[in-house]
Design a protein around this ligand. Structure first.
Ligand code: CO
Ligand code: ZN
Length: 330
């Protein structure tokens, strides 16, 4: 599974530009599904027909990652950019970004030697190595994502875009491993989560599920002097109770927790104080859908080096498979 994770995290896919990620996932699952299609917002919707007597379950893992978009090119060929999703200036100076055409750029700030303060957005720029504006191989409106290779540290894995390619990896691995189920399952790989759950909103409307399960990353409290949070890397995937966008109904989280207990899968209980997920969009679809979320604990979310634990990832796959095969009574 590490090879699939490497391919997924290294693919280019800022919000609205998920095509490379989608093509990669489609290639890996096409032979394993009954139907597969891409909707108007670019969501990849893969359907596995159940053996009957079950529910219609939708999974959702977003394919997009945070990034930058070019707003202006000056005479010397320096780019000014705006954030796509929740990008923190403190993570940017000295970082590299890559555009869809492969062009690499370096991010810096006007006054980086003079200040210990966080650079404001209007002082940040991207240098693509151009000698003038005529020499810039990208244009206003082009988007870039962090450029950073995958690193396998053994039990821990580091990469840009673990948020949320690791959720995509769990989603697609569960599809490959699940075998027979009474449930009709729609595996959805969504777009534009980082800018407001847009892909999940329309795909949930289209799929019209009885139950929704999102897969995403969550924060941890186990780093030096971290904000207290009862989630640690390596203690298992989490079952969400609440985040800024959703309160998971008790019936849904109990189903998830009981399923994990029965299967002997170690899990943690998650309350994420800041951050939302596709869970919210699925929950509020049409007249409302019972929806929950399995998260993969992740350090340094929304930086170019997001870290997860491989055992947590495998635990998330096992839990998702058990849920998808279960007789759902929600
Ligand atoms: Co995110
Ligand atoms: Zn995410």
């Amino acid at each position: 599974m590490k090879e699939i994770i490497k391919q997924l995290v290294e693919a280019y896919g800022p919000s609205g530009h998920e095509g490379q990620v989608r093509a990669l996932i489609e290639g890996l699952i096409r032979d394993q599904v009954d139907e597969i299609r891409t909707d108007a917002l670019g969501n990849l919707i893969a359907f596995r027909k159940g053996t009957g007597g079950g529910k219609r379950i939708m999974t959702a893992s977003h394919m997009d990652e945070i990034g930058l978009i070019v707003t202006y090119v000056d005479k010397k060929g320096f780019l000014r950019c705006a954030p796509v999703g929740g990008v923190f200036p403190m993570t940017l100076v000295g970082s590299r970004v890559r555009f869809a055409n492969g062009q690499v750029g370096v991010i810096s700030t006007e006054k980086w030697l003079r200040s210990n303060d966080l650079p404001p957005w209007d002082e940040l720029y991207v240098d693509v190595g151009a000698t003038s504006a005529d020499d810039v191989p990208v244009s206003v409106g082009d988007a870039a994502a962090f450029d950073r290779p995958f690193a396998d540290l053994g039990k821990r894995l580091v990469a840009k875009a673990m948020d949320n390619r690791i959720g995509c990896a769990v989603n697609l691995q569960a599809l490959l491993e699940m075998g027979e189920s009474p449930n009709d399952v729609y595996f959805v790989f969504t777009t534009q989560e980082e800018v407001g759950l847009r892909g999940a909103t329309v795909s949930a409307f289209g799929v019209e599920p009885d139950v929704g399960i999102a897969l995403d990353v969550t924060g941890v409290g186990d780093t030096p002097e971290a904000h207290p949070m009862a989630v640690s890397l390596g203690d298992g995937p989490t079952i969400k109770v609440m985040d800024s966008s959703v309160i998971v109904p008790a019936a849904v989280r109990n189903w998830m927790m009981q399923t994990a207990q029965k299967a002997g899968i170690k899990y943690q209980v998650e309350v994420l104080e800041r951050g939302g997920t596709d869970t919210a969009a699925v929950q509020r679809s049409r007249a409302g859908v019972p929806a929950g979320c399995i998260s993969i604990p992740c350090r340094y979310i929304h930086t170019a080096s997001e870290m997860v634990d491989y055992d947590d990832v495998q635990g998330a796959v096992r839990l998702l498979v058990e849920l998808l095969k279960s007789q759902v009574t929600l």
